[in-house]
Design a protein around this ligand. Structure first.
Ligand code: FAD
Ligand code: 3HM
Length: 377
């Protein structure tokens, strides 16, 4: 069989995962990244079984584990009173920095022989598998993957209809030094290796999500409504945040030295993930609110299942139908995750604690690499 070829827009978590999985199956793969340098924005990230299984399947687990952790519990506090300490028994999850996840995926992609072109923007794609680059170059592929994020040019060039729902809250994110001893000095009884979700709803909605990422680095996310000018300001209003969360002063001080960016929560739902030979994955297809920490998880899950579905279809003419079947099988999991994440963003119910059980952890427990996953029990 002749070597099959994929052109991918976007070297984010979605694009690099799909590229690696296809290249490992003998495909020639070229990834276009519009940024002049290969790197990731943002601070820390939480990954669950669904993406950890994918990372294992592409052989990236060793690197990932080398600098990530599983905190002893996910603790939720209201006005600094502990509401729950969920040990998440039976769920695999890891916390880490985004640069570490990105480096892990980049290494796996290069090992698999993926060609990655930085400073290359994809302008448009057609349903029959042609991409046009900003340089004017055109290329054809058996499969074109739009992994070009929430503002996807691939998606919009195909005029795939979408709906965007914005929420009232948003968040700023930072990587700062752990400063565990200083925190312990302020609050000796606290387990500072836990994820701690510090909520304050009254008199003002301000939340700090404290997530240790490894022995040295801490990921903190500061949530406030978009219409709270001081709460959503970047660089952060140190006086405001330390007045509400005095026990976090050592790490808030570090966050205040970083310019930062405020991300308003939003959900994007598209009419279809495929058009002929083109498939959308990641934020291009299903950007979601971060409440369940699953945007990248779903991106990697769908990148993997897409690569498997495309590879299993040896008849080139049958590829568009195979992509449609892939969407039919996989999309319901992501749709439900988007809905649940939107619900939490709208209701702020995570503040009640004990939120990681029942249906809510469906995506976290999902194993996209299990060939029997769709069999009825
Ligand atoms: P992106 O990361 O947006 O990557 C797209 C890439 O394509 C970029 O590199 C971009 O430069 C490039 N590109 C764009 N246009 C073009 C073009 N035309 N041509 C070529 N290249 C192009 N998810 C989790 O799983 N766990 C979490 O803990 C988590 N926390 C989050 C917290 C916050 C506050 C937010 C906002 C999101 C969070 N997410 C989390 C979601 C996660 O960050 C995203 O879902 C994920 O990064 C999407 O990856 P992607 O590869 O689809 O898109
Ligand atoms: C990991 C994580 N979890 C939840 C949120 C949120 O609700 O904004 C953000 C995160 O990075």
């Amino acid at each position: 069989m002749t070597t099959r070829h994929a052109e991918i827009a976007g070297a984010g978590f979605a694009g690099l995962t799909a590229a690696t999985a296809l290249a490992q199956r003998g495909w020639s793969v070229r990834v276009h990244e519009k940024a002049p340098e290969l790197r990731t924005e943002g601070a820390g990230i939480v990954l669950w079984n669904n993406s950890l299984q994918v990372l294992d399947a592409i052989g990236a687990t060793h690197d990932l584990m080398s600098k990530s952790m599983t905190p002893p519990a996910y603790e939720t506090r209201m006005n600094n009173v502990i509401r729950s300490q969920e040990t998440l028994d039976g769920i695999s999850w890891r916390t880490l920095t985004r640069p570490h996840l990105f480096a892990t995926l980049l290494y796996a992609a290069r090992e698999a022989g993926v060609e990655i072109v930085a400073g290359s923007t994809v302008r448009s794609a057609t349903a029959d598998g042609e991409v046009t680059l900003a340089s004017g170059e055109k290329a054809t592929a058996d499969v074109v993957i739009g992994a070009d994020g929430v503002g996807s040019a691939v998606r919009d060039s195909l005029a795939i209809p979408l709906e965007r729902q914005r929420s009232r809250d948003g968040i700023t994110r930072f990587l700062v030094p752990r400063r565990k001893e200083q925190l312990q000095a302020l609050e000796p009884d606290t387990e500072w290796d836990n994820v701690i979700d510090f909520w304050n709803l009254e008199p003002r909605v301000l939340r700090v999500l404290y997530t240790p990422a490894n022995d040295d680095e801490l990921y903190i996310a500061l949530m406030a409504p978009a219409d709270d000018a001081a709460g959503s300001r970047v660089p952060i209003d140190l006086e405001l945040w330390t007045s509400v969360f005095p026990q976090l002063a050592p790490v808030l001080e570090a966050a205040a030295t970083v310019p930062g960016k405020y991300y308003g929560y939003q959900t994007t739902r598209v009419e279809s993930w495929t058009r002929g030979r083109v498939a959308l994955i990641g934020d291009a297809a299903h950007a979601m609110c971060p409440a369940l920490a699953q945007g990248a998880g779903c991106a990697m899950q769908n990148a993997w299942t897409l690569a498997v579905a495309a590879d299993e279809t040896s008849d080139a003419a049958a590829l568009p139908a195979a992509l449609e079947r892939w969407e039919q099988h996989e999309r319901p999991f992501t749709d439900r995750c988007q809905d649940r994440s939107q619900h939490y963003a709208d209701t702020r119910e995570m503040a009640n604690g004990n939120q990681f059980s029942g249906d809510v952890v469906e995506t976290a427990l999902y194993n996209p690499t299990d060939p029997r996953r769709h069999e009825v029990q």
